[in-house]
Design a protein around this ligand. Structure first.
Ligand code: 5RP
Length: 229
């Protein structure tokens, strides 16, 4: 399916499912994609994926497992728990991505390559050649905490990945004020975790993300360049 507007994904980087439910009870209707964050995956395992998909079957549920090895085994665990999408970290061997993608196809799901830390354009070409259609451009949480701001290099890289035909997700401490930086680029998904979860009014925060996306991308009619599922 193609989308006229970037989708909104909430990242659940909670330490427990009960805590995650405090957010989803409020904002599930406001978002397109529910992410079982890496922190929640570690805290609760694939049960978190299974339970969230059971509660919200109409939503895309992403398991942010950041798989680094054993691609087929870990992908199968996530898809058996009814994940729609999973992530493989960019430093993984290409065969990890290929293995995860092969399993994803069995289940009608998809694989995103998580671009956190070092990666190269040669790798990007190899992912594309391997049939990967989605990447996540990620300003690392720890790099952000150490002071890394969004830079021209980031914006140019997101644009170049989109030009290569990838459906590009953008994430990493995203605030509402960051969205205009990406205007004019056919971003597939914006992820907001703390900006929604920790807001005084999470519903208002999610709605404001949606409104701003509509304002910035609605006029352009930009859409994604590759199939998303
Ligand atoms: C951390 C992640 C987060 O899920 C992602 O960065 C979104 O969360 P936030 O908006 O709070 O940074 O992948 O590894």
């Amino acid at each position: 399916m193609t989308h006229a507007l970037p989708l909104l994904q909430v990242a659940l980087d909670n330490h427990s499912l009960s805590d995650a439910y405090r957010t989803t009870r409020l904002i599930a209707p406001e978002v397109d994609i529910i992410e079982v964050g890496t922190i929640l995956c570690v805290a609760e395992g694939v049960r978190a994926v299974r339970d969230l998909k059971a509660l919200y079957p109409e939503k895309i549920v992403l398991a942010d497992a950041k798989i680094a090895d054993a691609g087929q085994i870990l992908a199968r665990m996530c898809f058996e728990a009814h994940a729609d999408w999973i992530t493989v970290i960019c430093c993984a061997d290409i065969n990890t991505a290929k293995g995860a993608l092969a399993v994803a196809k069995e289940y009608g799901g998809d694989v995103q390559i998580e671009l956190t830390g070092f990666w190269t354009w040669e790798q990007a070409a190899a992912w594309r050649d391997a049939g990967i259609r989605q990447v996540v451009y990620h300003r690392s949480r720890d790099a952000q905490a150490a002071g890394a701001a969004w830079s021209d290099a980031d914006i140019n890289a997101v644009r170049r990945l989109a030009d290569m035909g990838f459906n590009v997700t953008v994430t990493g401490g995203l605030a509402l004020e960051d969205l205009p930086l990406f205007q004019g680029i056919p971003v597939h998904v914006f992820i907001a975790g703390r900006s929604i979860r920790d807001a005084a009014d999470p519903v208002a925060a999610a709605r404001q993300f949606k409104r701003t996306i509509q304002q910035l991308w609605g006029q352009e009619g930009t859409c994604c360049t590759a199939q998303s599922r």
